[in-house]
Design a protein around this ligand. Structure first.
Ligand SMILES: *Cc1c(COP(=O)(O)O)cnc(C)c1O
Length: 482
């Protein structure tokens, strides 16, 4: 072996670099969690690119620590208690260590012996989670790379089982359609278009004042779709929605799907985890009747991206999704064996994602997830209560999950400039960096939005956030005379 390759694969070097990395990461974690620094040192995209371009042009350095340090300082800190933006977990530190292990193993999962432990754990964990959701004795599922792909996978299964013709074999001859709340995640739109449904095939059901699907409209919308020559094959319930964290009435959707022989898919990417809490389980009532459910472990279950479960009420349904023969991979390409991941998952090579969840469960127990969801959902309610006591703020809707949408209305702001003002506040916050929050648009109005993902975030941090928003708002009003 060449000296370069020998040194690159040396266990001793690995050990030494590994110790250095863990020290670096532990220091990073301590610093981020203390919240001494802003969660984000924002740089314009071209400046960021120029920084790395200059770095790239430097000679190689046998010590990777310099690169690691740059990566750490040029990235947003999800473990900072003042990170409260997008719905991405502040990963459980243990899961980062397990990620290192699975990266080194690089077992690809598609074929059983290329991922023995991973495939077995995937089986075990999907059944465990399906059990917690009450999906029944025949339930099972698989893991895949993210909620977007998981939802597409479930919708492909739905089409295979509910469409009047075999689209996989013959292409689409019917004008197929799905029904979904107008508040659903943009992945639905993308998935539907990938499946060839087109704009007409995505039927958006209006929402009520709590941003939940108006399930009473499912009947009339189905009738209209049929009159338009469409064949609806699935209804998607959000548990919960992305913008406001609202839970659709899943029982009503289940009833409707049963009555009309439609596939009931529940998008629980963010909020299905409520099923692990006695307090919040009522939010997902009816999820046990779904034909398929998606759960992101990298949202509300503290895993690093990407770890997602697609669960089926009838595990066997999953073998209908990709009815494709790959003789070179499997001795019997058509047999429904649970242990060859590639038969049911979109991916061929796939991350050994189950190991991260399993290590967390074995180390901390299920209570870890229960305590987490209860703390985060509870804090969102406290924050909403605090906002209700401020005359210069309003909330969009009482939070059902850990997502809160609110906005600054000041005392003197003219109503037609509130959107503009809140957009400006969010932009100022991004560059000021003290807190990381995002914005969302609800029925044409701009709202500030927090997802309280970090278990270290407290009510005090949220009160400070409100003060910071207020100060920015007052400054902007003064500057621009809103
Ligand atoms: C995040 C999210 C998705 C997309 O999942 P990714 O893992 O980001 O691909 C889909 N649906 C809902 C409700 C989500 O919150």
């Amino acid at each position: 072996m060449s000296p370069l390759l020998t040194s690159a694969y040396s266990p001793d070097t690995f050990r030494q670099q590994g110790h250095a990395l863990i020290d670096l990461l532990a220091d990073f974690l301590a610093d981020a969690q203390a919240g001494n620094q802003p969660p984000l040192h924002y740089r314009e995209p071209d400046d960021e690119l120029a920084f790395w371009q200059r770095d790239f042009e430097q000679p190689t350095n046998p010590d990777p620590a310099a690169v690691w340090k740059n990566l750490l300082t040029h990235s947003i800190q999800l473990h900072n208690p003042r990170f409260m933006g997008h719905q991405v977990s502040a990963p459980l530190p243990l899961s980062a260590l397990t990620s290192a292990l699975t990266s080194l193993l690089n077992n690809g999962q598609a074929v059983y012996e290329m991922g023995m432990a991973g495939n077995a754990l995937e089986r075990l964990l999907t059944r465990w989670l399906a059990g917690r959701l009450g999906l029944g004795p025949e339930a099972g599922g698989l893991m895949t790379s993210g909620g977007t792909l998981a939802n597409l996978t479930a919708l492909l299964t739905a089409r295979a089982l509910k469409a009047p013709t075999d689209v996989w074999a013959d292409g689409s001859t019917d004008r197929l359609a799905i029904m979904v709340s107008e508040e659903a995640h943009y992945y639905v739109d993308r998935a539907a278009r990938i499946m060839g449904l087109g704009s007409a095939g995505i039927i958006k059901i209006p929402t009520n004042d709590r941003f939940q699907m108006q399930t009473a409209l499912l009947g009339p919308y189905l009738k209209q779709a049929q009159a338009d020559g469409l064949t609806v094959f699935a209804v998607i319930g959000s548990a919960c929605s992305t913008s406001t964290g609202s839970y659709d009435a899943l029982t009503a959707i289940a009833d409707f799907c049963e009555q009309h022989n439609l596939w009931f898919h529940a998008d629980g990417a963010h909020g299905a985890v409520a099923a692990l809490s006695d307090t919040y389980r009522p939010l997902v009532r009816g999820i046990d009747r779904a034909d398929s459910v998606v759960v992101d472990f990298h949202k509300m279950m503290m895993m690093p991206a990407l770890v997602t479960a697609v669960l089926y009420r009838r595990d066997a349904d999953a073998f209908r999704t990709f009815q494709q023969k790959a003789q070179y991979l499997w001795a019997d390409a058509s047999s429904p064996d649970w242990f060859n991941s590639g038969k049911r998952a979109f991916e061929c090579t796939k991350l050994m994602m189950s190991a991260k969840v399993y290590t967390a469960l074995k180390t901390y127990g299920e209570a870890l997830f229960t305590e987490y969801v209860e703390a985060q959902y509870g804090l969102a309610r406290q924050f909403a209560e605090h906002i209700a006591g401020q005359t210069d703020f309003e909330i969009a809707v009482q939070p059902e999950s850990n997502i809160v949408c609110f906005r600054y209305i000041g005392a003197t702001v003219s109503p037609d400039r509130i959107n503009e003002l809140n957009s400006a506040i969010r932009q100022a916050m991004l560059t000021d960096g003290q807190f990381y929050i995002v914005q969302t648009s609800l029925r044409g109005h701009t709202w500030l939005r927090v997802s309280i993902m970090n278990p270290l975030t407290t009510l005090d941090h949220l009160k400070q956030l409100l003060d910071a928003v207020r100060q920015l708002g007052i400054g902007l009003i003064r500057q621009y005379g809103m």
